[in-house]
Design a protein around this ligand. Structure first.
Ligand code: FES
Length: 118
């Protein structure tokens, strides 16, 4: 597991299972977090569109921009910035590490439900 310091690291998947142009989600993350492979670079952002809460990991990835399937807002998975309407608010971003062929994400924000579970 990556060094401590960035937050609680969660193992996501094998790097081999997250090919370029694909996305997956962080198991058990609250809030939901998606991981995108942009030509070999990995980025983790909130999986929930800031317009109307649709899953962005179900969207269309074009370079480092993901398009929400529901109303077609786009976000940079590199920075979390909302690029096009109707979304206005950015996505949260999270550290990603690969160690021994496994992908890890530090989920540095926690939702109310996750706080209640601990
Ligand atoms: S829910 Fe994503 S653009 Fe509306």
């Amino acid at each position: 597991m990556p060094d401590a310091g960035a937050g609680p690291w969660t193992e996501v998947c094998a790097l081999a299972d997250l090919g370029p142009g694909t996305a997956t989600t962080v198991p058990g993350a609250c809030p939901p977090v998606a991981v995108f492979n942009v030509d070999g670079e990995l980025f983790a952002v909130d999986d929930t569109c800031t317009h109307a809460e649709y899953s962005l990991s179900q969207g269309y990835l074009d370079g480092d921009a993901v398009e929400c399937e529901l109303h077609f807002a786009t976000f940079s998975v590199r920075t979390g910035a909302a690029l096009t309407a109707p979304a206005q608010e950015p996505l949260g971003t999270y550290p990603v590490e690969v160690e021994a062929g496994r992908v890890f994400v530090a989920v540095t924000r926690r939702c109310v439900l996750a706080k209640l579970r601990t």
